[in-house]
Write a protein that binds this ligand. Structure first.
Ligand SMILES: Cc1ncc(C[n+]2csc(CCOP(=O)(O)OP(=O)(O)O)c2C)c(N)n1
Length: 219
């Protein structure tokens, strides 16, 4: 006869499985970020490192990027230091030169530390950096639209050509515009013995807000 404890455990396991299934379903609306994260997870080896940023894809990664091994998800957490991602990822790759490192960043955050591309070239730090270019500080822009009657100030960006900028440092770069196209580009970049940049072009204002899954007060 099953004891009461076994019954409770079995019931809880069912409830947890159902909650996980419902959550996985609910977050599908956070596009295109979730689709890009899915591709990165498929390509990055289980022991590879994912270094996030304060960005639309970075925020979504906090709930939509499965982590398979301890200490492979590197984040500033709620300290939220925009710009930390790419320079931090260089350090991760120095510490673990034989493991894959993918840095993901928005265009704004990447430009805080873009000059470190020279460091990557000088010291042969062979990480892959994916720059999601939506031509704005996405979160700031959304806040201004939703909470400040659409009064935009300082949130739209006029960017350099990221591919040509990377090339000017001696870094091979590619531009893609869809999750499907990111997959072969990332596979190729991770197999290269050189630092790489992949620019993902996302139309301004096209991302679904990730915030309802991070902080119930915000949408
Ligand atoms: C040092 C610092 N400055 C400003 C902010 C506020 N902030 C958080 S996200 C963000 C916009 C980031 O824009 P971008 O890097 O282009 O990524 P996106 O959200 O557009 O994907 C800003 C300004 C911060 N967290 N840290």
């Amino acid at each position: 006869m099953p004891n009461i404890l076994d019954e409770i455990i079995a019931r809880k396991r069912t409830e947890i499985a159902e909650a996980k299934r419902a959550a996985a379903q609910a977050i599908q609306k956070v596009q295109p970020q979730v689709a890009y994260l899915k591709v990165i997870r498929e390509v990055l080896p289980a022991d590879g490192f994912f270094v996030d940023e304060m960005s639309q894809v970075g925020f979504a990664s906090w709930f939509a990027f499965p982590v398979y091994q301890p200490r492979t998800f590197i984040t500033s957490g709620y300290q939220g230091t925009l710009g930390f991602g790419f320079p931090t990822a260089l350090g991760v790759k120095i510490a673990y030169p034989d493991r894959a490192v993918v840095s993901i960043t928005g265009d704004g955050g990447f430009l805080f530390g873009v000059q470190e591309l020279a460091t990557a070239v000088q010291y042969g730090i062979n990480l892959v950096t994916i720059v999601f270019n939506n031509e704005c500080y996405g979160n700031v822009r959304r806040d201004q639209q939703q909470s400040f009657a659409g009064r935009l100030i300082g949130s739209d960006l006029v960017n350099p050509d990221f591919v040509r900028l990377a090339e000017s440092f001696g870094v091979t770069a590619r531009r893609v515009t869809s999750p499907d196209a990111l997959k072969p580009a990332l596979e190729e970049a991770l197999s290269a013995a050189a630092p790489r940049i992949i620019e993902v072009v996302t139309p301004r204002d096209s991302e679904v807000s990730p915030w309802e899954f991070l902080h119930p007060k915000f949408t």
